[in-house]
Design a protein around this ligand. Structure first.
Ligand SMILES: [Zn+2]
Length: 368
């Protein structure tokens, strides 16, 4: 079913400067630095591809507003917000663990969070049914009082809290498929039953001490955190297995009124930082599954928010496929990296990893 899909982006998102680096190592080490892995290029090319393929004509372009400082306080401490502003005004620095701040990053990060909030309003007020927010800097690692993993303000956490407050939603689901664990978002909602958080990620990647399947939330939130750790090398079929056996049944039982996707396309098979093997078509099929769940439960409401993804050549194709699935229409673009054979079979140890997560979650959900 073709629906109205919003596209939220702003030129300033590409102006957040992360400086030089060798992949994610900042300059000054043993190897010559070029551009840091978290640079604008993979994101800007998403927009370029939408324009060049004319798929942008199928989307409703929506300008993001800036979040106010008060709105950021919904998820972050005053001291931390001040720290980002001070570093930004001083021309740059690090706001935590690999949380790079450049000149004007504070204002850009306000607009990044604001972009996801703008998406919430557009979807809740039925201007569009779903939306893709191509925002930057990303957010899912950002903790209440510490930046982490290229993330400054937690865009999805802020927007979900905003949606809960403004629209009185009782059940919001966040699916984080970035290859890294969405630790900041998990922290934001670990005590809450009105936000279900599901993270599917590569095991033992980043942050090292988070995302174990045995962690299921606490207090009122116990059972509303679902962690799925997949072994390095997992491809399309492994992800589909996790979707069909665990994610979809949990969504069906939770029946969310609004769905967020923390859409990091760094589980792609060309990502220089992740070690997974998802294809662009794999992203299409995962997104299609979420769209079906949204049709059933959330009046089609989905907000996909860009997180990681570092292959400048492949992230645009993967992200285009996500947007096509949201829209319910294919573009003219073929995946030029599709080599015509099935590249994502599932192996027994990958299946077992999903089974282990299912065993943990059986305490809370009815699962096969
Ligand atoms: Zn990531």
């Amino acid at each position: 079913m073709s629906v109205k899909t919003g596209f939220i982006c702003d030129e300033s998102y590409f102006w957040h400067q992360t400086g030089n680096g060798a992949l994610n190592i900042q300059s000054g080490g043993w190897v010559q630095a070029d551009t840091h892995a978290e640079n604008p290029e993979s994101k800007r090319r998403v927009k370029n591809l939408l324009e060049r393929s004319r798929f942008m004509d199928e989307l409703q372009q929506i300008s993001p507003r800036e979040a106010t400082r008060q709105e950021i306080l919904i998820n972050h401490s005053k001291e931390y917000i001040n720290k980002i502003k001070e570093l930004s005004d001083a021309g740059g620095g690090d706001a935590g663990v690999h949380a790079i701040v450049g000149p004007d990053s504070y204002e850009i990060a306000l607009k990044s969070a604001g972009g996801v909030m703008t998406s919430v309003d557009a979807v809740m007020e039925e201007e569009v049914q779903n939306a893709y927010a191509l925002v930057r800097p990303p957010g899912h690692h950002a903790e209440p009082a510490e930046g982490m993993g290229f993330c400054l303000f937690n865009n999805v956490a802020i927007a979900a809290k905003y949606a809960r407050e403004k629209y009185g939603l009782k059940r919001i689901a966040i699916l984080d498929w970035d290859v890294h664990h969405g630790n900041g978002t998990e922290t934001a909602f670990e005590n809450d039953s009105d936000v279900l958080f599901i993270s599917v990620h590569q095991e033992n990647i980043f942050p090292k001490d988070r995302g174990a399947i045995t962690y299921t939330g606490k207090g009122d939130g116990e059972g509303y955190t679902v962690n799925i750790e997949l072994p390095a090398g997992t491809g399309d079929e492994g992800y589909f297995y996790a979707f069909d056996q665990l994610i979809a049944p949990v969504f069906d039982q939770y029946a969310p009124e609004l769905i967020f996707i923390s859409a990091g396309q760094d589980a792609s098979r060309f990502d220089p930082i992740g070690r997974m093997s998802v294809t662009a078509e794999g992203y299409f099929q995962m997104s299609k599954r979420i769209k079906k769940l949204a049709e059933k439960h959330s009046s089609n409401r989905i907000i996909a928010c860009h997180e990681g993804g570092y292959s400048t050549a492949y992230v645009p194709f993967c992200t285009l496929r996500v947007i096509e699935a949201l829209k319910g229409k294919r573009s003219q673009v073929d995946d030029p990296f599709d080599q015509g054979f099935h590249e994502g079979p599932i192996y027994p140890h990958q299946k077992e990893a999903v089974q282990r997560a299912i065993e943990v979650q059986r305490a809370y959900w009815d699962l096969k």
